[in-house]
Write a protein that binds this ligand. Structure first.
Ligand code: ATP
Length: 306
């Protein structure tokens, strides 16, 4: 029996390792959204995060040489502060988060964390320091508890439950037939976009990284869900350096600085109040979104009255 046990045990270990590797690859942006040639440089050292300051210095980038996406972007996120990036679709907002993870390398300029060029540090240490709440969270075909614990494997059940509570997903989980043991994902219970995002927030709370990147979902959420998610995000970002890639302007009102990206350059920057006063791109986007929201609410009310 022992002869059978050893290979089986080994295969189990191998299976877990392969599964983990696949999950890691799949985790944030998917297999396709990274350049396989970006690897650790010889002699790369681990990133040492002291305060968690992020700085983009004159960053240029293109996926294909003939089409520049970022054309000299400079901004910094002071430790513990929140900077939001807004702008039209295709402006290069999500590209900024991919570069921060070093899924791609800038063609010019530098990205620094606490003064260390991220191109010079090990990828493992870089990614351990950054928590990501992506646009579309991939749920693994496993129980919901596993999906949260993915943020930190050695977390206790109490810590998982506390993270779920902070992410405002605990009541939903407890209403499920098997609670934290309910299978989810492709072959289990299908969660809504808002629920999946809260699972991702719970994961990130458990991971507890000093730097956070929130890539907001483009899909419109109803205003109640949106408020719940906003509350959860506010809690997780408190005291952490946070970069928000925003598609809905309601989530950026409280940011310390808002950066308006347009065709690869920073077109405007300032707080919500400052940008509204400028009557530029941001103010126009804000007006348009308010009108769209008002129209949606009127439509909903009319449907309810029918
Ligand atoms: P949205 O608000 O629609 O999510 P965004 O501002 O986040 O847009 P990015 O995802 O950063 O935009 O993409 C910027 C541009 O780069 C887009 O025109 C997109 O088509 C292009 N792009 C993105 N990924 C790739 C890729 N892997 N290869 C080539 N071009 C890409």
């Amino acid at each position: 029996l022992i002869q059978l046990y050893i290979p089986l045990n080994f295969m189990g270990m191998l299976y877990r390792e392969i599964k983990q590797a696949l999950i890691d690859i799949d985790d944030m942006f998917g297999i396709l959204e990274r350049d396989p040639e970006v690897v650790d440089r010889p002699g790369a050292r681990p990133l040492v995060v002291s305060r968690g300051t992020v700085a983009f210095e004159d960053v240029c980038f293109s996926y294909v040489p003939e089409r520049p996406i970022l054309k000299g972007v400079s901004f910094s996120v002071p430790a513990g502060k929140t900077v939001a990036i807004v702008g039209p679709s295709g402006a290069g907002k999500s590209t900024i988060s991919r570069l921060l993870f070093r899924f791609y390398e800038p063609s010019g300029g530098r990205i620094l964390i606490d003064g260390q060029d991220i191109a010079e540090v090990t990828q493992d240490s870089l990614r351990a320091a950054i928590g990501m709440v992506p646009q579309d969270t991939v749920l693994f075909n496993d129980i919901i508890g596993y999906n949260i614990r993915y943020g930190r494997w050695n977390a206790t059940d109490e810590e998982v439950a506390e993270a779920a509570r902070l992410a405002q997903i605990d009541r939903f989980i407890l209403s499920l037939p098997e609670g934290y043991d309910t299978p989810v994902g492709e072959r289990g219970l299908k969660l809504s976009g808002g629920e999946k995002q809260r699972v991702a927030i719970a994961r990130t709370i458990l991971k507890g990284p000093p730097i956070l990147v929130l890539d907001e979902a483009t899909s419109a959420l109803d205003s109640f869900t949106e408020r719940e998610i906003q509350d959860a995000l506010d809690r997780v970002s408190r005291g952490r350096t946070t970069l928000v890639i925003a598609h809905r302007l309601s989530t950026v009102v409280g940011a310390d600085e808002i950066i308006v990206l347009d065709r690869g350059v920073i077109a405007e920057r300032g707080t919500h109040v400052e940008l509204l006063a400028q009557r530029g791109i941001y103010a126009a986007m804000w007006d348009r979104q308010r009108q769209a929201e008002a129209a949606r609410e009127t439509l909903k009310r009319a449907e309810e009255e029918e």
